[in-house]
Design a binder for this molecule. Structure first.
Ligand code: CA
Length: 533
């Protein structure tokens, strides 16, 4: 059972002094950006044959894998704000990436710190401002860079050469080895930029997967025939929106600077190339140069061009994942080396899921399964049954309560999540929760995914788009796991009514009245030409 404080005696100068040693579990929270569960071998998706994640799989084999783990708002900053506060976006105030996080509010690291934990964060914070609640921190500014990144530190900006994923791990392991106060438990957050756009792999993986064809997602050529207008006016298609130069590095060099093929282009890879060393640039040219020549010679168009883009994208994405997985292995090895592995709870997660060509898309935002799901693997030696799989409906909303519960710290009443400890211990009786609640806000913005909210039970998902009149989608995930058939109009009216009641009940439960948005007919038609009232 969990111990709070144990009294030990140290012999000093011939007499016994009482020394309190706090042996509450340490918490190592490893968190990546945009890592879809189906890009993890242990999750058994359509990419399983590629399996870039032996170390995360090992963590799952030694701990518990959550099969139904979801975010509340599928985008980078807001997901992190939910984790910090244990509150939905409308409560913590960070509803979209344009917002700034109010660090003065209550967060779980502050509460852990107050309860006696030593806390640190390294890597991507994406919450703007100086982190509060940490004894030590070094965070990437904004999205951060893959190569030779700058960090914001308590002592100002600092550039560190190397690949971001390796550099962040190095900061974390150095802290464990040199800065940790041995008499205190710690909570260490290691937050990777990878595998976020623009998917720039480490040098050592630039040739990984050169010799294989990636399996294609079954829905690569989905045309969203059954979805509401929202899906049809998206801007996250591999076909029409993924830029072949800036996103996929075709012919890209530091002096490239050509007009982007679409508005709101992400040029961060091109900008990052200007900071690369000559050796890094040479490795880059050696890897992509011959492939670019082959591409030009093939003169592709139509579906063949989509397939080529998908291959290049999926390989770069999984090369970045491979780098994350290596570093999960490095962190685990460091815990063992320091004798910390037996009393440290290790969590692997990512801020949301991601489309790896599923439905023809990249990016996230939607409440559809691929972007709603988050990977969640937890290893707690002596508590989680090795190799166990949990299917209860859990959310990033639950992490703060869980971390505080692990630390035996007080859980404030205003937190909206639930501690996962009964699931980790295998003592949960009945459903952990009946349905999860979701609300996405960032529109109009990059990728043009309109605001929507909804609920998901273990079988059904109801989604409501509300900026252009009410538009609804309902899916039976048991019969239709890829969400290709919207049954809102055809389902038993009793089921629709029941789901709508559940949605309204949860909206009221979480006190969310942030869904009011008025648009003129003119504005609606500007965004969605087919719209009529
Ligand atoms: Ca993200």
């Amino acid at each position: 059972m969990r111990k709070i404080l144990s009294l030990t005696f140290a012999l000093f100068a011939g007499f016994a002094l009482p020394v309190f040693s706090d042996d509450r579990p340490n918490i190592l929270f490893i968190f990546s950006d945009d890592h879809a569960p189906h890009a993890i071998g242990a999750y058994d998706g359509w990419l399983k044959s590629v399996n870039p994640t032996p170390n995360i799989d090992k963590l799952a084999a030694e701990g518990m894998l959550f099969q139904n783990s979801f975010c509340t708002n599928s985008i980078c900053g807001p997901s992190r704000a939910v984790i910090q506060t244990g509150k939905h976006s409308h409560k913590n105030g960070f509803m979209n990436n344009g917002n700034s996080f109010n660090w003065d509010q209550q967060t779980f690291p502050k509460l852990l710190q107050a309860s006696g934990y030593q806390t640190a964060i390294y890597g991507k914070s994406h919450l703007k401002g100086k982190p509060q609640g940490f004894d030590d921190w070094m965070v990437l500014p904004g999205q951060g860079l893959y190569y030779n990144p700058d960090f914001i530190t308590p002592d100002g900006r600092k550039r560190i050469d190397g690949h971001s994923t390796d550099v962040v791990t190095e900061l974390a392991t150095s802290w464990l080895k040199e800065e940790r106060e041995k008499e205190k438990p710690f909570m260490l957050m290691v937050q990777y930029k990878a595998p976020h756009r623009n998917w720039m792999p480490a040098e050592r993986y630039l040739h990984l997967y050169d010799d294989i064809e990636m399996p294609e997602p079954p829905t690569l050529f989905d045309k969203w025939e059954d979805n509401t207008l929202a899906a049809k006016y998206n801007e996250l298609e591999i076909d029409r929106h993924m830029d072949i130069n800036y996103d996929l590095f075709l012919d890209l060099t530091p002096d490239y600077d050509q007009p982007a093929s679409q508005k709101r282009q992400d040029r961060s890879a091109w900008n990052n190339m200007k900071r690369m060393s000559e050796a890094q640039l040479t490795a880059w040219r050696d890897a992509y140069g011959p492939k670019d020549e082959a591409f030009h010679a093939a003169d592709l168009s139509g579906d063949d061009l989509v397939r080529w883009k998908y291959q290049r994208y999926a390989k770069n994405y999984l090369r970045c994942v491979k780098g994350v997985d290596d570093n999960v292995g490095n962190l685990m090895a460091t815990l063992e080396e320091l004798g910390l592995d037996e009393n440290t709870v290790v969590i692997y997660s990512s801020d949301q899921g991601f489309y790896i060509g599923d439905h023809g898309w990249y990016d996230k935002r939607w409440m559809y399964e691929e972007s709603l799901k988050m990977p969640l693997v937890i290893k707690w030696p002596g508590v989680t049954k090795p190799g166990s799989v949990n299917t209860e409906l859990v959310q990033n909303l639950d992490y703060a309560s869980t971390f505080l519960d692990i630390a035996n710290a007080r859980i404030p009443n205003d937190l909206q999540g639930q501690s996962l400890i009964p699931l980790l211990q295998g003592t949960q009786e009945g459903d952990f929760r009946e349905a999860i609640y979701y609300h996405y806000y960032e529109y109009p913005s990059v990728h043009m995914v309109p605001r929507h909210y909804g609920i998901r039970t273990d079988r059904y998902k109801l989604m409501k788009f509300y900026q252009f009149g009410e538009q609804w989608e309902l899916y039976d995930l048991q019969e239709d796991p890829d969400e290709l058939t919207n049954i809102y109009e055809t389902a038993d009216p009793a089921l629709v009514a029941e789901m709508k009641k559940k949605l309204e009940d949860l909206r009221l439960h979480y006190e969310d009245d942030s869904h009011e948005a008025e648009y003129s007919l003119e504005k609606k038609k500007e965004f969605w030409p087919e719209y009529s009232e």
